[in-house]
Design a protein around this ligand. Structure first.
Ligand code: UDP
Ligand code: MG
Length: 323
């Protein structure tokens, strides 16, 4: 259904953010080109987004665009971060299917034919799931595993561990993602949230082709916070439960004191019990009301994300060619 492809061939659009990848981007492009040229029945386009690199990446990208008419280069005005650079690419991408992937060869282009095969078989979202990363230390792996377990225990959207931002989206799934205007973006969660028919393909992440990872510890923390707060309102709801629990303790204690007053009046220390009861009940009520205010804030937050209420998987007028 692509307006740009007058032939019956489909259009596959690969989107890659690039930040300080000058040393490795040519190797990435060469490998990508080798794989994409061999895809039967599909034309391709490569959208490269320079995320305010400071090492001359943009010059290399411009050179690539001159050599290869399939390459489109977009340059952000400064470094906005991986998720925003990806979003810019998603906004600019056109095609019957798009593939999001890193430009450091950690997402092997050789996997693209498998993603395309699943898309042709009817899937709308095909996520590549990382089995192992060659250069991730045990600490990064352990913290990631722990974080995903915690996130999934409180999040309303299931987020598949290892399914990072290496994913193929059909045109309807692509359109759905474009309709999510939220500012704090955790794309792998958003890809889970949109629904549609989803399939998975396993791969082993290689070590970086060149350069080094720009995900420092603080950037990981920030991404983690975006994941937590964008996909769960559990933390703010915790206060309601805690407040109820504390107030209930106060109530039970009050009953116990009244009983003791009758059963063993000598065991009562004057003043102490009433003080504890008042402190427990009042602080319980305070925490409870913090939680209630939190409920409203959670709702305001949900509204302010302006996410669409629903997406259609099928409409009478839709027909997506996958040949
Ligand atoms: N990236 C980006 N902007 C940034 C940081 C990274 O566009 O501020 C790109 C980078 O060029 C690469 C991808 O995002 O294509 C993943 O980044 P990186 O390899 O540093 O992360 P890691 O693989 O270690 O998670
Ligand atoms: Mg990487």
């Amino acid at each position: 259904m692509s307006a740009d492809a007058p032939s019956t061939r489909g259009m596959l659009c690969v989107v890659s953010p690039c930040y300080n990848e000058a040393a490795g981007i040519r190797a990435f492009h060469a490998e990508l080109k080798r794989v994409l040229s061999a895809l039967p029945g599909l034309d391709h386009r490569i959208v490269l987004v320079d995320d305010g690199s400071s090492d001359g990446t943009l010059a290399v990208l411009d050179q690539l665009a001159r050599e290869d008419a399939c390459v489109r280069v977009y340059a952000l005005s400064r470094n906005f971060g991986h998720q925003v650079a990806l979003t810019a690419g998603i906004d600019e991408a056109r095609g019957d299917a798009i593939v999001l992937m890193d430009s450091d060869l950690q997402h092997p282009p050789a996997l693209i034919p498998e993603l395309v095969a699943k898309w042709r078989a009817g899937a709308d979202v095909v996520s590549a799931v990382r089995r192992r990363t060659a250069d991730a230390g045990p600490l990064k792996r352990a913290t990631a595993a722990l974080f995903y377990a915690f996130l999934n225990s409180i999040s309303e959207t299931h987020i598949v561990p290892g399914a990072a931002d290496f994913v193929l989206l059909s045109a309807p799934a692509h359109a759905a993602l474009q309709r999510m205007p939220e500012r704090h973006r955790f794309l792998r969660g958003m890809v889970s949230w949109i629904g549609f028919r989803r399939e998975f393909v396993a791969y082993e992440a290689a070590a970086r082709g060149a350069g080094e990872s720009s995900y420092t510890f603080t950037r990981m923390l920030r991404l983690g916070a975006d994941a937590l707060f964008s996909f769960s309102t559990a933390p703010v709801r915790l206060a309601t439960r805690l407040g109820l629990a504390v107030a209930a303790c106060g109530m039970f204690y009050l009953v116990y004191i009244l009983y003791s007053l009758v059963a063993h009046p000598d065991s009562i220390v004057p003043g102490w019990s009433s003080l504890i009861v008042v402190v427990l009940i009042l602080s319980g009520v305070q925490i409870l009301f913090t939680g209630l205010i939190g409920e409203y804030i959670a709702r305001i937050f949900e509204e302010s994300k302006h996410r669409p209420l629903y997406f259609f998987k099928q409409r009478p007028e839709d027909r997506t060619p996958r040949a």
